[in-house]
Write a protein that binds this ligand. Structure first.
Ligand SMILES: [Fe+2]
Length: 285
């Protein structure tokens, strides 16, 4: 259903790229640049989710190293069903709305006759095509299929007097997983509320959290760009001291992206190579 990775793009791509089999979401952690595609360009900045349907030809040219979380989805990436009406419009209780969506801006066609390399990702690897012209030689397009972006900073948090369950953070749905945004927000405001989340066993999903910014309320020893994986079935909760220290806190400035997958994830060898072996011990006093 999903492949999750990270990337740091420090140089202009001297080729174009096209994912032929899956949709992609790029969460921009830091840096700035331009996303160029055959449907037009998007400005790339920290906090953006760039949603790229399969088949779009694109490249990223950074002005400042772009660090990102990359989510590849076998199914289409959509806004959650429960926030949409039967026409597909976002409803009033949705934490974001259509005006938060950035559309690609079509630029003048690139008409030079230089050859252009397009790397196409297939099920089996990368296939290289050499175009005799630039694929962005487009003067217009029509339809509902295009790359778009939305900023995590435009996600309006849903808060309550007692702890709100994870679905309030949901931003996208896809086949087999969801993407959620934890954003700066007021904590639970009942006088007896304990803002830290309750212990749970997440028997329905593997939980990946990518820590983007700020101090996370339930975890210690976490830095920006840390990634945690809590496999399904394992009971877990806030670390020792986090319950007590959360009492009386009024707000959080945390920023994180969570991916809950409905089937177990496989950990790659590359990921094992950067594993923090002591993480499971962080629940001990
Ligand atoms: Fe959890």
């Amino acid at each position: 259903d999903v492949i999750i990775s990270v990337a740091a793009v420090s140089e202009n791509m001297d080729y174009c790229y096209r994912n032929g089999t899956v949709d992609e979401v790029l969460y921009i952690q830091s840096g700035e640049g331009k996303f160029i595609s055959n449907f037009g360009n998007l400005h790339v900045k920290s906090g953006d989710y760039i949603v790229i349907p399969r088949g779009v030809i694109w490249q990223i040219n950074p002005t400042d190293t772009v660090r990102m979380l990359v989510i590849e989805s076998a199914g289409p990436v959509e806004t959650p069903n429960r926030y949409r009406n039967r026409f597909g419009q976002l409803l009033e209780h949705s934490p974001f709305c259509e005006r938060d969506i950035q559309l690609p801006e079509l630029q003048n066609p690139i008409t030079n006759k230089n050859e252009c390399l397009v790397k196409v990702k297939t099920q089996k690897g990368i296939q290289e095509y050499t175009y005799s012209h630039h694929p962005c030689d487009v003067i217009g397009w029509d339809g509902y299929y295009f790359p778009w972006s939305i900023s995590i900073h435009d996600f309006e948090p849903i808060v309550g007097s007692i702890h709100q369950p994870p679905p309030v953070h949901q931003t996208f749905q896809a086949n087999g997983f969801v993407i959620c945004s934890f954003v700066p927000r007021l904590f639970d405001f009942h006088p007896g509320a304990i803002p830290a989340p309750y212990p749970h066993s997440n028997i329905d999903s593997d939980e990946i959290i990518y820590y983007s910014k700020g101090e996370f309320m339930s975890r210690q020893g976490i830095q920006e760009e840390s990634i945690t994986l809590h496999p399904m079935g394992l009971p877990h909760g806030p670390q020792p001291g986090k319950y007590q220290s959360s009492i009386g806190k009024k707000h959080t400035d945390e920023l994180a992206v969570m991916i809950d997958t409905f089937k177990p994830l496989h950990v790659t060898e590359a990921a094992l190579g950067i594993d923090e072996a002591n993480y499971p011990l962080s629940w001990m006093d």
